[in-house]
Write a protein that binds this ligand. Structure first.
Ligand code: FES
Length: 224
């Protein structure tokens, strides 16, 4: 059939419709996904995948839920990659350069190869946000890494052993806690929720059928 392609999942050949994502193609081939599958919409980073097209030397990385199959695609999924994840207490750390030196000293061993940026499934400038982290410019690191879904593919390629997503997470936490201006209306809203202002409304919403809830969600007013 014209609309079928051959793919290889963990080395085994399958014929699948060409309009499927890798994730859907795996299910079409009979895999039941209990790991490496989360939101199915490109947000959670659970479906990091590497592949090669036969005849092409380049090893590519992608999110399986966002990438269409291609003919002669050799696919292996990376449902988990062991990043270095330090434990820290946000109440006890400060927004100083020393924080990165203490928690993630490997960032200073970056050799500038840019493999992390090339591998990023979100097209982020990973090497640049690590450079910001090295300098203690946490606001820029937070901004540059904002769309990171923590799939970990960047770290699989790093010769210096950097856990880029965790470094960026720390920078975003520091930025959120110490550097970005306080969001007064959010604090007010949290207080209103604590005071029970919306309890009745929330309970009424919880009684609604799922379809109606979805409709309300999709047509909600979005704050500028
Ligand atoms: S399943 Fe969440 S990003 Fe693919």
């Amino acid at each position: 059939m014209d609309n079928m392609v051959n793919i290889f999942l963990f080395g085994k050949k399958y014929e699948v419709p060409s309009n499927l994502t890798i994730m859907r193609a795996m299910e079409y081939a009979g895999y039941e996904l209990v790991r490496g599958c989360g939101c199915r919409n490109g947000f959670c980073g659970a479906c990091a995948t590497i592949y090669r097209i036969a005849g092409d030397r380049e090893l590519r990385a992608c999110l399986a839920c966002q990438t269409k199959v291609e003919d002669n695609m050799y696919i292996a999924t990376l449902p988990f990659f062991p990043l270095v994840k330090q434990v820290y207490d946000m109440e006890k750390i400060s927004a100083s350069e020393q924080v990165m030196m203490q928690l993630y000293p490997e960032i200073y061993a970056c050799i500038g190869c840019n493999a992390c940026t090339k591998a990023c499934t979100q097209g982020l400038n990973v090497m640049q946000y690590i450079a910001y982290a090295q300098r203690g410019d946490f606001a820029s690191c937070a901004e540059e890494s904002f769309d990171c879904v923590m799939c970990g593919v960047c770290s699989t390629r790093c010769p210096a052993g950097i856990s880029h997503p965790q470094v960026a997470m720390l920078a975003r936490r520091i930025n959120g806690k110490y550097l970005a201006p306080k969001c007064a209306h959010l604090e007010d809203r949290v207080q209103e929720i604590k005071d029970g202002t919306f309890t009745e409304l929330i309970e009424a919403l919880m009684q609604k059928p799922v379809e109606e809830m979805k409709e309300l969600y999709n047509t909600r007013e979005i704050e500028k």
